[in-house]
Write a protein that binds this ligand. Sequence first.
Ligand code: SF4
Ligand code: SF4
Length: 452
Amino acid sequence: MTSDSSSSADRAARATPSVACSATASASTSGSCAPQVADGAPPSGASPTDPFSNCTHCGFCLAVCPTYRLTGDENNSPRGRLRLWGEEAAGRLPRDPWTDFYTDECVGCLACETACPAQVPYGELFERTRHEHVVAGRSRPGALLRLAAAAVSRPAAFGLALLPARLLRRFGFPRHRFLPRGQPALLQGTAAYARELMRRHQPTGPRVALLTGCLMEALFREINFATVRVLIENNVQVFVPDGQACCGAFQEHTGLGGVAALQARNRSAFLPLAVDAVLSNSSGCGYALGKALAPDRPVRDVLGFLGELGPVRRQRPGDRARLYVDLPCHLVHGQKAAGIPAAVLGATGHRWELAPNARDCCGSGGVYNLQKPANAQAILAGKSAFLNTAEGQPVILGTANHVCMMQWHSAGATGLVTRPYEVRHIIQLLDPGEGFTVRRPASPRAAPGAAG
Ligand code: SF4
Ligand code: SF4
């Protein structure tokens, strides 16, 4: 948890400016406070070498920022945060607890990057600032998050430690707001499963290396298993490299260190492989791994890869379900994917449509829903309300990130959504199950998006 447990959702109900001013005035040489600094006006005397100075203060990012929309507070917007960081970096604003507060308030959704005509690298600046704040003791992730960050760097131990959690998911007890039921394998890992299926089915198509992830593998490995089945059914050769590590997203989300070491391990695990593509089935993990392997090897989302192959279509005669598709922030704003291919969504066999505001953040933000639960819940409330009246029986919310799945599941558990609905990874809706045969092409075709 952060040192300040209050939130925008709490603060939106109160008048904040006077509080913010009093917190800053004692340290500010000018007697100004955070709201006065971050008023949307361009900073005076910004240096061209200042990484914050290419923000033109146009405000295009405000409308897409979930924390600005929640509070209407300029300091809680991309432009405001950039201004606070820039003023502090230039020495015009002293170190201030409200700068720390507004930094912690950012979900890290990167919607502002997509909206920004000046191409301000907000995500990079945010990650750097957040890490600097943690190092300087200005922000302190809670003990459990620090423990988890240490554990995920040892995937095998982390997987073993979460064996009881896999067991609980299988039997659905005790119920947890973030944990949907599922059927994760208790002991067999994805690497062994992929080897077994490769031996049994002997696909001959494109060769891919799959990132299995830390939390995904430890807690939601049935999604990894489904990914392996879908790929092999589509004649893709799947390899799960030994020695792969957590992608580093967990450390980035918390501002903790150790990212470089994880990136180095993943470079050693993935770069020597003779494969056509490196794939991830979690958009946040794929985005983080992409930064680790850049510029040598692009990382692709598995759904985008399958879209180019044209996956085997599931047949669902008489199906009355409606699939509402949400697009994870780290897919569309992080990886800059156009979305999830229609060929993939059509192959689920369900009638589908994009969820309302599908490109907006659901409030998950990696661990944001643990660090700022009131904000995360308020953001989710706006996104999830449509499910209460959505057509379909059953109603399925489909996405492409396990952390978003946890957040969407919590909408039912916390009463935001009061009717039954399922939360599924899109790859699970393509899953042929165990008894499948490989679709072998009549003539060989090029691998989609083959890495050069
Ligand atoms: S990353 Fe998201 S929450 Fe943070 S400033 Fe940008 S739009 Fe707002
Ligand atoms: S859209 Fe970009 S340039 Fe405009 S205010 Fe936001 S960060 Fe600055």
